[in-house]
Design a protein around this ligand. Sequence first.
Ligand SMILES: CC(C)(COP(=O)(O)OP(=O)(O)OC[C@H]1O[C@@H](n2cnc3c(N)ncnc32)[C@H](O)[C@@H]1OP(=O)(O)O)[C@@H](O)C(=O)NCCC(=O)NCCS
Length: 171
Amino acid sequence: MERRIETERLILRPLTAADAEDVFEWVGDPVVNRYMPYALYDNVGQVREWISTITNDYNHFGFELRSTGKVIGSGDVGFDSERGAYGLGYNINREFWGQGYATEASKAMIQWAHETLGACSFIACHALANPASGKVIQKCGFRFEKYEQYSRLDGSETFEAAFYSLHLENG
Ligand SMILES: CC(C)(COP(=O)(O)OP(=O)(O)OC[C@H]1O[C@@H](n2cnc3c(N)ncnc32)[C@H](O)[C@@H]1OP(=O)(O)O)[C@@H](O)C(=O)NCCC(=O)NCCS
């Protein structure tokens, strides 16, 4: 199964160890990390180690800028077996916010999952205090479902959040 998606401005493809320095620019940034479940990274070595653990079943992609080759974000459409749907997630290097990249990449990942994996049900959520992410979710065509909470993986913080779903027709 081809793990490469080309959009107008991006190439979405698996991260490699060679991307670790680019990735550290956002996974080591407390502003980007503010509403993400994962803990802030301290150094590039930790990022390299994390990248080596990403297996195909995460449906995780690095977002490479076609114009420069720099990796400016990453995201995934991993299957959430508890909810029986593919969960959309993304984060972007702060220097590249506000240019439509998260939306461009997210739409492409959803289309890829639909066409390649036959995925029809998707879910997404964002902290109420993080409205930019809500905009991305809405621009991808999701519908609001409910308010709930989610927590950071280490349990250190819980966020009030809006949950959404998207249902596409079979192939
Ligand atoms: C959320 C995030 C991925 C958005 O990335 P991006 O590439 O800037 O997103 P886009 O440019 O595609 O769309 C952002 C939208 O939010 C809007 N927006 C930005 N800041 C906003 C704010 N404070 N309030 C409301 N809308 C806001 C933008 O105007 C844009 O909408 P528009 O196209 O209608 O103008 C990025 O801010 C990020 O990486 N944040 C940290 C990680 C994160 O929160 N990930 C999601 C966890 S659920």
